[in-house]
Write a protein that binds this ligand. Structure first.
Ligand code: AMP
Length: 112
């Protein structure tokens, strides 16, 4: 079971901000911005590079929900960034696909 599956199963506590049948969103334990939320599919896909065509509807749902969650977190108007890290050089540390929702301060580009 992945760390995030344990959060989905309520085996590990998390500050959950949104849930439906397919996805769960909770605050990152080590926030990099005033708003830092992780949005995950409940059924683990290791990473975006491993997603199958059968995952398309879940992935579409996840991305479609991100703006709603950002709005609920208060950054809908000020702006936010969605980030999906894939693999070693992408900075992935938890092998359960997750979309970071970051906002609440100006974010620099490009990433370091
Ligand atoms: P990534 O580096 O893209 O794989 O992102 C993993 C994220 O998970 C990091 O931003 C961590 O701070 C976050 N994280 C790790 N453990 C927890 C946890 N128990 N609850 C919430 N966020 C976590």
């Amino acid at each position: 079971m992945t760390l995030f599956e344990k959060i989905v199963a309520r085996q590990i506590p998390a500050d959950i901000v949104y849930e439906d049948d397919l996805v769960l969103a909770f605050r990152d334990i080590n926030p990099q911005a005033p708003v830092h939320i992780l949005l995950v599919p409940k059924r683990a896909i290791p990473r975006i590079g491993d997603a199958a065509s059968s995952d398309q509807s879940t992935l579409g749902h996840l991305l479609a929900k991100a703006p709603e969650i950002a709005r609920r977190a208060g950054v809908g108007d000020t702006g936010y960034r969605l980030v999906i890290n894939n693999g070693r050089d992408g900075g992935e540390t938890v092998p359960h696909l997750h979309c970071h929702i970051l906002g609440g301060r100006p974010l620099s580009w490009p990433p370091g």
